[in-house]
Design a protein around this ligand. Structure first.
Ligand code: COA
Length: 218
């Protein structure tokens, strides 16, 4: 994609994009309110992007204006393989850091874990395995000042073409955002599951939902 007004281009991720992706991932986490829940940018960025940037970089893409990264789509062709890697390598490393640096004992984190525990007891985190039919997975985030101008759609089209060229039969994604839910349905995704996430109420003061969406590619 190239726009004469915004001069925005989509291209494959390269390692030099890593800091910008990590920054945007932190700023857009927790529906744009990360500081309320956690103060540690590195830990959040690791949890959200490490697999994609370091283990499967070929499946991620960025939107740039000039040299500046203004949005990204991180993806995997095989979410089952990704989950195995995250559970065996990345999460243990993150927990070690969290304990080692004392993060886990900060008041904000303890509060978050307390409320998440309540959600876990209600089985809100238990999800069906959809990786058979929808093996690929994506996350997409656009810098706030560039939203609503077609950048997300351009990144999505680029990624879907990539998956089709790799003969991947389906892709899924998840979001807590009603706006992002509408963005995904406008890109042809359909709702697979909607579940409450009651732990978020202590900040957002309203019922929040987790949307799981899928799209077949042939
Ligand atoms: C959701 C997001 C990726 C969409 O990217 P974007 O560049 O703003 O969206 P686009 O301008 O490309 O819009 C593409 C389509 O989605 C629709 N859309 C985008 N944002 C929307 C919103 N807030 N409400 C309703 N529809 C929306 C547009 O109307 C457009 O539809 P059309 O092509 O039929 O006109 C971006 O707004 C974002 O990063 N939001 C914050 C983080 C987030 O929620 N990430 C995704 C979930 S993890």
């Amino acid at each position: 994609m190239s726009s004469s007004i915004l001069d925005i281009k989509i291209r494959k991720f390269v390692p030099a994009d890593r800091p910008a992706i990590r920054r945007i991932s932190f700023k857009t986490s927790f529906l744009g309110s990360p500081e309320f829940f956690i103060n540690h940018e590195e830990a959040v960025a690791d949890a959200l992007t490490l697999y994609f940037t370091d283990y499967e970089p070929e499946s991620s893409f960025v939107a740039i204006q000039g040299e500046k990264v203004i949005g990204y789509l991180t993806g995997t062709k095989n979410a089952a393989r990704m989950n195995a890697m995250v559970n065996s390598r990345i999460f243990p490393q993150l927990w070690r850091h969290a304990f080692g640096q004392g993060l886990i004992f900060q008041k904000k984190i303890l509060t978050l874990l307390w409320y998440m525990g309540g959600s876990a007891l209600k089985w809100e985190f238990s999800l069906p395995d959809v990786t058979d039919r929808y093996p690929a997975l994506l996350h997409i985030n656009i810098d706030e000042s560039f939203r609503g101008r077609g950048v997300g759609r351009a990144l999505m089209d680029y990624f879907l073409d990539y998956l089709k060229s790799e003969r991947i039969p389906g892709v899924h994604c998840a979001t807590l955002s009603d706006d992002a839910y509408r963005f995904f349905t406008s890109a042809g995704f359909y709702l697979l599951l909607k579940k409450p996430r009651t732990y978020l109420r202590y900040h957002f003061k309203k019922e929040m939902f987790y949307y799981l969406l899928g799209k077949t590619l042939r």
